[in-house]
Design a protein around this ligand. Structure first.
Ligand code: 8YV
Length: 328
């Protein structure tokens, strides 16, 4: 690392308080108009910078990394998911990658719970009715949804966020089921009242609501494939606040259209910001624009984590949130 203040290029607009602190500590290049950087801009950034602070909207692939200058030593991602970064190649080139786990767990779990409630209770439809001036008085059989309490919730991916969803869901009297690469310790299962399913296929066939809370990795790409989605019961609801790529979005849209799946609540999409147009018109589908961790408190916490990771790295220590390929 050079003796001067390291050059940190930040690819998107971050909360003011974070940008101000970064500017005090480092030489920073900020993205004041918040445009998503082009691959050419990213190549230029890594060729000049010591450190890059990207977000989910930047694809840091082999080509970008092959443009890295000799000073480029660290990618301090603003976000928990790192599926947009070629961590393996970065690692081979001696570039440290960090992320911001933990601080967005509760916010993302809140939004997941909101979708778990919104779809069966037809909340978005109710809002549309009010906005359209179509509320002409109460009726006992109008706008009936489905009760949430007592239903079976199957959580795919029981890491921090999955467990935080389970805690909330338990308070709503949902029965908690989960599928995960590794079974949780007995004591955690007991605390959450969670039932482990080694077979994802078997779990899918028996749930009323599915919540996707696993990261996107080569192993989880299209984990909910057409074949697996067809295992769901026709009344089942699919909620995804993790990554769009975990679900075969076209197959999901088709099965929803055919009535083979009961509904969906999606905050993330396979080809963001594009959304399968079929999903946009369905009444039993609630869509949100990737806002799971979108609270000012969460974004500031994420920014603070980024600063700690950079500062620790610059000071010659191992940053607390290093991502290493074997973790993925
Ligand atoms: C962030 C997310 O908004 O942290 C993540 O992995 O999906 C989001 O909540 C985004 O990644 C910021 O880069």
């Amino acid at each position: 690392m050079t003796a001067h203040k390291p050059l940190v290029v930040v690819t998107r607009k971050l909360p003011d308080v974070i940008e101000t602190r970064m500017a005090e500590l480092f030489e920073v290049e900020l993205n004041t108009d918040d445009h998503a950087m082009t691959p050419e801009e990213l190549c230029d950034a890594v060729s000049r910078a010591d450190i890059l602070v990207p977000t989910v909207t930047d694809r840091i692939d082999k080509r970008i990394l092959s443009n890295a200058g000799e000073n480029f030593r660290c990618i301090a991602n603003f976000g928990a998911g790192v599926d947009h970064i070629d961590v393996e190649t970065a690692w081979q080139r001696g570039i440290t990658v960090t992320n911001t786990p933990g601080v967005l767990t509760e916010d993302t779990a809140d939004l997941t719970m909101a979708l778990i409630l919104a779809v069966p209770r037809r909340i978005a439809e109710g809002v549309d009715v009010m906005r359209a001036g179509e509320f002409h008085g109460w009726s006992p059989t109008w706008m009936m949804g489905h009760r949430v309490g007592g239903k079976r919730l199957g959580i795919i991916g029981m890491g921090r966020i999955g467990q935080a969803v389970a805690r909330r869901a338990k308070a709503f009297n949902l029965q908690i089921h989960y599928h995960n690469r590794k079974r949780l310790p007995r004591v955690v299962e007991e605390e959450l009242g969670a039932t482990y399913w080694e077979s994802l296929d078997q779990m899918l066939a028996r749930m009323d609501i599915i919540s996707v809370n696993c990261p996107h990795t080569p192993a989880t790409f299209h984990l909910l494939s057409a074949r697996r989605l067809k295992l769901l019961q026709p009344h089942a609801i699919v909620v995804n606040t993790a990554r769009g790529e975990v679900i075969d979005e076209n197959s999901l849209a088709r099965l929803l259209e055919e009535g083979a799946i009961g509904g969906a609540g999606l905050d993330v999409f396979e080809h963001e910001p594009a959304v399968n147009p079929k999903l946009l018109t369905m009444k039993n589908v609630v869509l949100l624009p990737h806002m799971g961790s979108g609270t000012i408190e969460g974004r500031v916490d994420m920014g603070e984590k980024v600063i700690i990771n950079i500062k620790t790295f610059v000071d010659g220590h191992k940053p607390p949130d290093r991502v290493i390929p074997s973790m993925l």
